[in-house]
Design a protein around this ligand. Sequence first.
Ligand code: NAD
Ligand code: UD1
Length: 341
Amino acid sequence: MAVLVTGGTGYIGSHTVVELLNEGKDVIIVDNLSNSKEMVLLRIAEITKGEIAEDRLSFYEADILDYESLEKIFSENSIDSVIHFAGLKAVGESVAKPVEYYMNNITGTLVLLEVMKEFNVKKIVFSSSATVYGLHNVSPLTEELPLSTTNPYGSTKMMIEQILQDVYVSDNEWSIALLRYFNPIGAHKSGRIGEDPTGTPNNLMPYITQVAVGKREMLNVFGADYNTEDGTGVRDYIHVVDLAKGHLKALQYIDNKNIIEAINLGTGNGISVLGMISNFEKATGIKIQYQLVERRPGDIATCFADATKALKLLDWKAKYNIEDMCRDSWNWQQNNPDGYQ
Ligand code: NAD
Ligand code: UD1
């Protein structure tokens, strides 16, 4: 029995596929390569020593909106469960192109769920986001807080969570984990897979590493007047390998059960932007040039997880510290200054 991983050549997906293969699972990736490169597959094979990956990993270049392609994948393979990463994820772009975001993320998920139902596959782990906690909840954020969003990207996550809740109510043979990620950074320790943003990075860590490698002149720190320890925004950064391992624990948890649970995947620690700069400098010995600028619209001051539910239900806890995250992000950037190009 295999795990189908949608979006499996992407940043979090590729790290999760490595962990699945390492655990002895058979894996099928479906990805339309809209935000990833086929080369990721070679890198995964390299990391998992080739022979493992060749036997146990298959790849379909297909769009999850394409019903027939999904039916073909489900009929050609014996699929037991799905980890659903595929989606568009840039907040600013989602404001400019809402229809594209709703179409891709929501319709894509609906098509996937239809085909899963057709083939009687009823176990799914979904990539949600801490963005569903909105602007007004106070950290540490617990799973039962009221949800709200401020942009179409976030709304797709909140709506898909609702859709999955409704699916479960309609047929409680389903077993569903809604994983709410905080801020994934870092890379596999090999430096062979990592985050490869297109164009100018929106997120803090890839921007820092691009300044470090000399691709960008200086980091703009968005806002120094927040009500935080040093005035800059505080977030819960989590190593992508810890996050990947959380998916294996979630798969294990939903196996042989009929439940739906929303679960935070974060460390429970908040770090400010200036704190990140100094941690990066300490871990790598490289000075990061920065300037303080205006706040970025839509940003909140502080966002970090209450991570106790994941520990209780999944027996999962983040292991890597901020120094590991900075070192591994830098190792990836340094070895791949132009990403997968
Ligand atoms: P990513 O863009 O690297 O990976 C997503 C993958 O999905 C890409 O490889 C892309 O080509 C593929 N894809 C997109 N639409 C598709 C479609 N219609 N059919 C087939 N493949 C499609 O993103 P990521 O950072 O790995 O994020 C994975 C998931 O986690 C996303 O759903 C994202 O919204 C969610 N998430 C990410 C973060 C983050 O900070 N990276 C935080 C919270 C939640
Ligand atoms: C962003 C997304 C959020 C998504 C999350 C994880 C926005 C508005 N929100 O959140 O929906 O779930 O990523 O992918 O895009 N910062 C700088 N300079 C930069 C970049 C960031 O100072 O060049 C600051 C931000 O103001 C913030 C912190 O660094 O305080 C982290 O930013 P970022 O990495 O973009 O993550 P989020 O803001 O948490």
